[in-house]
Design a protein around this ligand. Structure first.
Ligand SMILES: NC(=O)c1ccc[n+]([C@@H]2O[C@H](COP(=O)([O-])OP(=O)(O)OC[C@H]3O[C@@H](n4cnc5c(N)ncnc54)[C@H](O)[C@@H]3O)[C@@H](O)[C@H]2O)c1
Ligand SMILES: [Mg+2]
Length: 310
């Protein structure tokens, strides 16, 4: 917290901190010896060395934004290097700037929260460099935890839009749906943004009614997750039930391409597949679910475990 409030302290923490690199909001990933990918976290001295080799001003490092703190209490920052030549940075850092949606599938689940938080903060700075009341430029603090318009006195803080994601069950099966933009064969839980003033339960009931025409009987909170797409959301994940006698799906609106009830066996098979399945090429509609780093996966897993117990 002190690092957010105290510019000088934050500046000093940066000198001994670590940095994640992004190019146009795509994080830098490195190949591992086992053919997978990892998220490299660089010492600031390494990034300074890279800037020097590229003939860039050492001041660039001060535009880093504080993302968090490691287990060993080292401050962690993220840095947008869009002004540097992408290939040159990739070569010097032995990595590849990778679209975040792809990185989601490539990284370990434990690496995902940090990389998404970094991108969300960098994106927020890029889209809040002017005051929406005066049109004048805003100034960030050293941590990048706020921006101030000195003309209007307004302080802006990074924001998230609340979204409810809900796995609906009729006791025997669970309901999964797909949007046209989803990768082929992937089905996920229903989701929707909270309207202004709504409670989580009100959003949940409305979204289920709007998207699949079902009336929720009961609902229960599960967990939450920050989600970087399309801007920054706080996903509030819930389980819900509908009465088995009223489980007729009625797709409405253009948002969903399909919604179906899936049996426990179908869901178990999908959970065991890679996300996305490697054998998908050429095959029609292999059913699969979002990767374990997505909270939808966690809801589906919890539902399957619950079904196995009962
Ligand atoms: N983490 C996961 O496992 C997971 C799974 C499913 C969906 N999601 C995410 O949940 C979010 C919401 O799902 P959805 O697309 O079905 O929502 P939705 O059903 O509310 O429909 C999206 C539409 O809502 C409108 N909207 C209202 N408020 C908005 C806001 N603050 N930002 C953007 N659009 C807004 C837009 O017209 C948009 O097209 C998406 O970002 C999606 O990526 C995450
Ligand atoms: Mg939706």
């Amino acid at each position: 917290m002190n690092l957010k409030e105290d510019d000088e302290l934050c500046r000093r923490a940066l000198q001994s901190g670590t940095v994640l690199l992004y190019h146009k909001l795509s994080p830098l990933l490195q190949r591992t010896d086992r053919g997978g990918y990892k998220l490299p976290i660089f010492q600031v001295s390494v990034v300074n060395g890279m800037l020097e080799k590229l003939g860039k001003d050492a001041e660039v490092i001060n535009s880093s934004v504080l993302v968090g703190c490691s287990d060993s209490l080292l401050a962690q920052f993220c840095l947008e290097v869009a002004e540097l030549e992408q290939n040159a940075v990739e070569e010097l850092c032995q990595g590849v700037f990778t679209d975040l949606r792809k990185a989601f599938f490539l990284l370990r689940s434990s690496e995902v929260p940090l990389v998404t938080r970094g991108q969300a903060l960098l994106r927020w700075h890029q889209t809040h460099s002017y005051c929406s009341a005066t049109g004048k430029p805003t100034q960030r603090n050293q941590a990048g935890s706020q921006r101030v318009c000195h003309s209007s006195g307004i302080t802006y803080y990074p924001q998230m839009a609340p979204v409810v994601i809900v796995l609906v069950s009729d006791g025997e099966r669970c309901l999964l749906a797909r949007q046209p933009a989803f990768p082929r064969g992937m089905y996920s839980a229903l989701a929707g943004f909270c309207d202004m003033g709504e409670t989580v339960l009100e959003t949940l009931r409305r979204e289920v009614a709007e998207e699949v025409g079902l009336e929720v009987e009961s609902a229960q909170y599960s967990s939450s997750q920050h989600w970087p797409f399309p801007q920054s959301s706080l996903m509030v994940a819930c389980h819900a039930t509908v009465s088995p006698g009223s489980s007729q799906i009625n797709l409405s609106g253009a948002e969903l391409e399909d919604a179906r009830w899936f049996t426990l066996q179908e869901v178990q098979e999908a959970l065991q597949r890679n996300s996305p399945p490697r054998d998908i090429k050429g095959e029609a509609n292999v059913f699969w679910v979002p990767p374990s780093s997505a909270i939808a996966n966690q809801l589906i897993q919890e539902w399957a475990n619950q079904q196995l117990k009962s």
